[in-house]
Design a binder for this molecule. Structure first.
Ligand SMILES: NC(=O)c1ccc[n+]([C@@H]2O[C@H](COP(=O)([O-])OP(=O)(O)OC[C@H]3O[C@@H](n4cnc5c(N)ncnc54)[C@H](O)[C@@H]3O)[C@@H](O)[C@H]2O)c1
Ligand SMILES: [Zn+2]
Ligand SMILES: [Zn+2]
Length: 345
């Protein structure tokens, strides 16, 4: 089968590999019908994911059809259309039982697919702990609608969940990349009084204005002024930082009102400093972390009810054989790309 493979630093290549097989009773083999490219794939390509293993098939956002299941897989059956979770988790350990599945203590726990074990930019993928890692897609939900459920939409949902948003709140989201937009969609479900999105790129600002006209959009230069003007207590009640730069990390705590919650979704390529003397008296609560991707069933149900729609994010589509071209566009943000669907049919 075709598989897009991490060959060496800076180098991914479309190669031929044998079709994966069940090696554990809790495995399932999925025929991938659609996958996508994530910013984290680019981090692997550029050698900034130390755990990534050379030779693996990349890709951790995908949907497909169950081709084969191990003896202990009960959650799905052959022929089901499913979403695949970015995280592998056992469901049994202390962390899993508390919903902190990102910290599953199993040796395969956490982000393994497309990082430490073969992922989904391929024709087939083996999913370990399939009872936890797969969710059946409702019949009325298309592959396009379900494509981001296991990764960036799970991230947005988790971020909105831990941010304790209340209805009178002014919420600031920094960064309107694919993950920031998914975060916005999930914050919208909480019905806060105002949502402000701060984004540097004009094309992305226009995307937000076009699809979500009730959202207040600002550029970084005017962000603090806009937040001050739009909030009643000298800053945002909740801030979600989904951009990942030194500047946005600073904006995140500066724009927050005293006693606000600041949720850091973004990952950074170096340590950030908290200048505690400057922040004295703000009494902020910071929340950070990797997504706990255990709400996929609920997310699929919200999509089914028409409450979440990520299909406008799919700006491009390519067959797997042309994935090189798709990476070139995604990596260089050409043609106003937001997300690319890679198809196998
Ligand atoms: N915590 C998790 O589990 C998790 C999961 C998925 C993604 N992430 C992280 O979320 C972040 C966003 O991911 P993405 O895929 O959307 O990436 P992205 O790079 O497409 O999005 C970042 C956005 O921030 C914008 N930006 C840059 N500088 C800015 C500034 N000064 N002010 C306002 N906006 C600015 C960029 O223009 C871009 O649109 C990344 O750091 C990613 O690693 C974390
Ligand atoms: Zn990802
Ligand atoms: Zn576990």
């Amino acid at each position: 089968m075709l598989a897009y493979t991490y060959k060496s630093d800076g180098n991914f290549e479309l190669t031929q590999k044998p079709k994966p097989q069940i090696i554990d009773p809790q495995d399932a083999i999925i025929r991938v019908t659609m996958s996508s490219i994530c910013t984290s794939d680019l981090h692997i390509k550029h050698g900034s994911v130390p755990k990534a293993v050379q030779g693996i098939t990349v890709g951790h956002e995908m949907v497909g059809i169950v081709e084969e299941i191990g003896a202990d897989v009960k959650n799905v059956k052959v022929g089901d259309r499913v979403t695949v979770n970015v995280e592998t988790f056992c469901g049994e350990c202390f962390f899993c039982k508390n919903g902190f599945v990102n910290n599953c203590s199993d040796k395969n726990g956490g982000w393994a697919l497309g990082c430490r074990i073969d992922g989904g930019q391929a024709e087939y993928v083996r999913v370990p702990y399939a009872n936890q890692g797969l969710n059946k897609i409702p019949d009325s939900v298309s592959d396009e609608q379900a494509l981001f459920v296991g990764d960036i939409l799970a991230t947005g949902f988790w971020a909105a969940r831990i941010s304790e948003i209340k209805q009178n709140d002014t919420v600031l989201i920094i960064g309107a990349g694919p993950t920031g937009i998914c975060t916005l969609l999930c914050v919208m479900l909480k019905n806060p009084q105002k949502i402000i999105v701060c984004e540097k790129d004009e094309v992305r600002r226009n995307f937000i204005k076009r699809y979500y006209p009730n959202v207040i959009v600002t550029e970084p230069e005017s962000c603090l002024d806009v937040v001050n003007k739009e909030s009643e207590h000298g800053g945002a009640d909740v801030v979600l930082e989904v951009a990942g730069t030194e500047e946005t990390f600073k904006t995140a705590w500066q724009a927050a009102r005293p006693n606000a919650i600041v949720t850091v979704v973004a990952l950074y390529d170096k340590p950030m400093t908290l200048p505690l003397p400057d922040m004295y008296g703000k009494n902020l609560t910071f929340k950070t972390g990797g997504v706990d991707g255990c709400d996929c069933e609920e997310i699929l149900s919200l999509i089914e009810q028409g409450k979440i729609d990520t299909t406008p994010l799919i700006t491009h589509k390519f067959p797997l054989k042309d994935i090189e071209k798709a990476y070139e566009i995604f990596e260089n943000r050409r043609e106003n790309v937001i997300k690319i669907a890679i198809t196998n049919e």
